[in-house]
Design a protein around this ligand. Structure first.
Ligand code: ADP
Ligand code: MG
Length: 444
């Protein structure tokens, strides 16, 4: 089966086509158009993002269909049938509030044949409401016009399930893989989700204020760095540590960061629950910078600050996740979301879950992309090596699938093509009734 997936929950316009054939996934195309407009503001403006999605969606869809070799133009001479025009009336009503999208969609539908697609997946929440509606209404219009079923997908479930592109992980005996503890860390979310199996989720902890990615972004803004802040802070921190040979990594365990007079708080590190709070960390950075004379805010100071911001966030995420993993006796930890691309976070999670031996087996699973005919690493799974008595596997998505993309929505839709457990309601979704829900919660 082939799934066309659409993701517009925040500031990335993502469209992908995923094929499942003979028990294997094949990524036919996955294109993300990241909106650069927000870089000037250090954060995402929903109404601006909404406009950008309207402008981006049709061109990105055409590129995706072409890459997947599913774009078939209709013969030039054929005039639109009257039946087509009556269908356009309904498309007009579906996209009544998205005039710029409508303007591009009608000529596209006139020009191209219905593609060989079995389902249309779309993120229907959580996310920024105006942005979610663009994707949902676009998917509804395509679903109606081409008469293809629609599968709504929870964005958080997408971040979790994208790691299941890794065939080894999916075929793992559920008795060995589950229960799993999922840490979803992005610009909009920081959640710990207990996963008993695919489709069975329970949020056991989450941020009370800012998300971890949001904290990276806000700290970067205070330090006069660009947007999005996570990758910039990570780069400066990693380069500085390498240069200064700061190899001792964590304040939590055996060692201390060798950075004097620059200690930031680890909010809620010792609280007895699984919740997080990151706004205090941002405020601490704000006060530290505000109280410093301008000429003492040197490049070195900013670099040290980046190391400390990154480490504070990692310390809290690591401790809470490991505690939750222990308390719920899970067998696997699954990370997802933009912040899970962070190299230092990956390194420290891996080291902390393999305390006996620091040598571990790194298993790379390749999926062939039909476009470039080159092997592409889609998920990296750090496995225990049998002889050691280590029982928790940590699974990360490939860094390029950590941030928002259409592919993760396609993977989640594949697993949701038939209703699982509590999520039976999905089956009834159609272009007639699908709605966006900014506050959708995974597992509810
Ligand atoms: P959202 O769902 O909120 O749009 P994404 O899943 O796309 O978020 O992730 C975007 C967030 O991830 C941003 O806050 C960004 O700063 C953060 N991020 C991306 N790469 C890294 C990295 N290497 N280290 C830390 N944070 C990162
Ligand atoms: Mg996200």
């Amino acid at each position: 089966m082939k799934i066309l997936a659409i993701e517009t929950s925040c500031d990335d316009t993502g469209v992908a086509i995923l094929e499942r054939k003979s028990g294997k996934f094949k990524v036919l195309s996955n294109i993300v158009s990241s909106q650069t407009i927000h870089q000037n503001y250090g954060g995402v403006f929903p109404m601006m993002a909404k406009r950008e999605h309207q402008v981006n969606l049709v061109p990105v869809l055409i590129r995706v269909l072409k890459q997947a070799k599913l774009a078939n133009p209709k013969p030039e001479t054929r005039n639109p049938k009257p039946e087509t025009n009556s269908k356009f009336k309904i498309i007009n009503s579906i996209l009544e509030r998205e005039p710029e999208l409508l303007k591009q969609l009608l000529p596209f539908l006139e020009k191209y044949e219905k593609p060989d697609i079995d389902a249309i997946a779309v993120t229907n929440g959580p996310g920024l409401e105006p942005c979610l509606w663009i994707g949902v209404n676009f998917a509804r219009a395509l679903s109606f016009y081409w008469n293809i079923p629609i599968i709504p997908v929870n964005h958080i479930e997408g971040h979790i399930l994208v790691s299941f592109l890794n065939p080894k992980l999916y075929t793992l005996n559920p008795k060995r893989a589950f229960p799993a503890m999922c840490l979803v860390v992005s610009g909009g979310h920081t959640q710990l989700v207990l996963m008993k199996k695919i489709g069975d989720y329970k949020i056991i902890g989450e941020t009370r204020d800012d998300a971890a990615g949001e904290c990276f972004d806000k700290c970067a803004k205070i330090l006069g760095l660009g947007y999005p802040g996570g990758p910039i802070i990570a780069k400066i921190a990693d380069d500085f540590k390498l240069k200064e040979k700061l190899t001792k990594v964590s304040k939590l365990g055996d060692s201390k960061l060798e950075i004097q007079n620059l200690s930031l708080p680890r909010p809620m590190l010792n609280s007895k629950d699984y919740d997080f709070s990151f706004s205090g960390l941002k405020t601490a950075v704000l006060y530290a910078v505000r109280d410093k004379k301008q000429d003492t805010i040197t490049k070195k100071y900013v670099s040290k600050m980046c190391v400390e911001v990154q480490q504070s966030i990692i310390d809290v995420l690591l401790k809470k996740t490991l505690q939750a993993a222990k308390d719920y006796k899970v067998k696997t930890i699954i990370l997802g979301g933009g912040v899970s691309a962070n190299k230092e976070l990956r390194k420290q999670f891996t080291l902390k879950t393999s305390p006996i031996s620091k040598s571990f087996q790194k298993e790379k699973i390749a999926v062939k992309e039909n476009t470039k005919d080159k092997k592409e690493e889609v998920a990296v799974c750090y496995k225990t090596d049998g002889r050691q008595n280590r029982s928790i596997n940590v699974v990360f998505p490939d860094p390029k699938f950590s941030t928002d993309n259409g592919l993760m929505i396609a993977v989640a839709a594949y697993f949701n093509r038939k209703p699982f457990g509590k999520l039976k309601a999905r089956k009834k979704a159609s272009w007639k009734n699908l709605e966006a829900n900014a506050n959708l919660r995974v597992g509810e």
